[in-house]
Write a new protein. Structure first.
Lengths: 265, 86
């Protein structure tokens, strides 16, 4: 089967793109897939630290594009999963160091090395984003259930369609079940209704994400944690398996409203 | 049940406020032209049409509607009286 190139993007920063790429990379590798995760956030690289591979980087994506090294030399093998590799962003350059055409051609070169290329897009809609989607076959939009993130996600939906990479699918990240129950956080159905794209996954807010980032061990390696299981479910859906969505938040019913009422007194 | 809910609820849940605000702001965000450019385009269209017929620019309306992903510019421009050809 030909490799799939998938860009993970969001518009807004801080909603979990990098964490998502690291964990989907891990989860797909756990499913036996050969995966390359590519950090397209040139100048602000972080995928390396989230994956705990920051000490192994010699060559980066700009080195590959400029021909300073062979592609294989820049692919860093994951410590835990031999079928998972990282192609790091350059830290001392900026978004203009590579062009969308160069990224598209790089993505094609990567196809022969693996089953999945996951591209970590920078925030924003400018050159970095254009670079990140240039070589993609598909796009996954990550958002959180907050007005600013959903608004930016809507903009990205349009841009991905305009770039003929659509329709994008959606991952809603950092859902707080208690807040959804109280009616103080947009529910999954609300976000889907507003953005009108297909849901790929939902990920609960999980303190373990911060712990795992502290250690450089992606949470998907831990099948017990809520977020870890959520990312594994998403990976299985990417592979075409039918996996039911996690029961993160129950419908806000009478009980929730009574709790709200009581809480005010 | 719904009746009871209504009795117990004094103000809408904040997520409902968020949803309404988002739906409103996205109607504007999804417009391909800013209100200022829409006005300029409307003036230009009226100017072009005025070469052929006399129109009521005051009551002219130019809107962009969206259905199934396609935008459509709809101009509603009242004609006052056909201008005689020279």
């Amino acid at each position: 089967m030909p490799a799939r190139v998938i860009t993970i993007t969001s518009g807004k920063g801080g909603v979990g793109k990098t964490t998502g790429v690291a964990n989907l990379g891990v989860a797909l590798a756990l499913e036996g897939q050969r995966v390359i995760v590519l950090d397209a956030d040139i100048g602000l690289r972080n995928l390396d630290v989230i994956m705990g591979l920051e000490n192994r980087i010699v060559y980066d994506v700009v080195d590959v594009v400029e021909g300073n090294c062979r592609l294989q030399q820049a692919l860093i093998r994951d410590k835990r999963l031999p079928e998972l590799h990282l192609l790091a962003a350059a830290q001392t350059r900026d978004k203009t160091a590579v062009s969308p055409d160069q990224m598209a051609s790089l993505s094609n070169d990567l196809r022969s090395e693996c089953d999945f290329v996951l591209i970590d897009s920078p925030a924003g809609i400018e050159r970095g984003f254009q670079n990140a989607i240039a070589g993609a076959d598909e796009a996954i939009i990550i958002t959180t259930p907050e007005v600013a993130a959903v608004r930016d996600a809507d903009r990205i939906v349009g841009l991905i369609e305009a770039a003929e990479k659509g329709p994008a699918t959606l991952v809603i990240n950092r859902i707080k079940p208690d807040m959804v129950k109280r009616g103080d956080m947009l529910a999954t159905e609300d976000v889907i209704e507003i953005l009108a794209i297909d849901l790929l996954g939902i990920v609960p807010e999980d303190d373990n994400i911060i712990v795992s980032a502290n250690k450089g061990i992606p949470i998907a390696l831990d099948g017990q944690s809520g977020a870890g299981r959520a990312f594994r479910n998403i990976a299985q859906r990417i592979l075409g398996q039918e996996v039911p969505f996690m029961a993160i938040a129950a419908e806000a019913g009478l009980l929730g409203r009574m709790r709200r009422l009581v809480g005010r007194w | 049940m719904r009746f009871l809910n209504k009795l117990l609820t004094r103000e809408p849940a904040s997520k409902d406020i968020a949803k309404k605000r988002l739906q409103l702001v996205l109607v504007h965000d999804r417009q391909p032209l800013s209100p200022g450019l829409m006005q300029t385009m409307k003036n230009d269209i009226i100017l072009a049409i005025s070469k052929y017929v006399e129109v009521d620019g005051e009551n002219a309306q130019l809107t962009i509607s969206q259905s199934t992903g396609h935008h459509r510019i709809v101009a509603d421009i009242p004609v006052q009286s056909p201008r005689r050809r020279a």
